[in-house]
Design a protein around this ligand. Structure first.
Ligand code: SF4
Length: 153
C-alpha cells in the first residue's frame, strides 16, 4: 500500500508556531516524500482555533490540562486540534506521522514540564497521544530514517 504521512505544518516552513517563527525541516527524505505527494500537513493548535502568534503553553503535570504562560486554559483548543489530526489520519488511512519534538501538541518523546522554565520531561504532546492511542506511529525530526524503512509495507 502507498502510505501518506501526517506532518507538523511548521516543518514545511509555514508560519504557524506560537512565536510565528519558521523552523522548516530540511532533509533529503522529506524532499523525496514531498515529491511523492505523501505529506499531509496539519498544525493541531491552529486547527484547534488558536492564533499566530499565541502565548506559549505547556501541559501541566498530573493533569490533562494545557495552560498558557499567563494562566489561560487552552485545553479545549488543544483537544479539538488533536481530534482534527485524527480525523485527517482516518480519512487518508494514515499509519505514520512526523511531528515536532517537544511541542505540547506534537512532541513524541519529550515535552516541557509545565513550569515554563525550559525543563523537558519524558512525555507526549496532546495530539501525539491521541494518534498513538489509535495505533498511528509518531516519529520526529530525529528519526526520519526509522520511518523510511516502514513505508509501503
Ligand atoms: S502545534 Fe505542532 S505543527 Fe503547530 S506549530 Fe506547534 S509543533 Fe508545529
Amino acid at each position: 500500500m502507498f502510505d501518506h504521512i501526517l506532518i507538523s505544518r511548521c516543518f514545511l516552513g509555514d508560519k504557524v508556531r506560537y512565536n510565528s517563527e519558521t523552523i522548516q525541516l530540511k532533509h533529503p527524505l522529506l524532499t523525496l516524500w514531498h515529491k511523492q505527494n505523501r505529506l499531509i500537513a496539519i498544525c493541531p493548535e491552529v486547527s484547534g482555533g488558536l492564533p499566530v502568534p499565541r502565548e506559549p503553553a505547556e501541559q501541566q503535570p498530573d493533569s490533562d490540562k494545557v495552560i498558557t504562560v499567563s494562566g489561560i486554559d487552552v485545553t479545549e483548543a488543544f483537544n479539538f486540534g488533536a481530534k482534527q489530526a485524527l480525523t485527517l489520519c482516518r480519512k487518508h488511512k494514515i499509519r505514520f506521522a512526523i511531528m515536532k519534538e517537544s511541542s505540547p501538541s506534537c512532541g513524541s518523546t519529550l515535552i516541557y514540564d509545565g513550569s515554563f522554565s525550559n525543563q523537558k520531561v519524558p512525555g507526549q504532546g496532546v495530539t501525539t497521544k491521541i494518534l498513538t492511542q489509535e495505533g498511528i506511529q509518531v516519529f520526529s525530526e530525529n528519526n526520519l530514517q526509522d520511518l523510511s524503512v516502514l513505508l509501503d509495507k
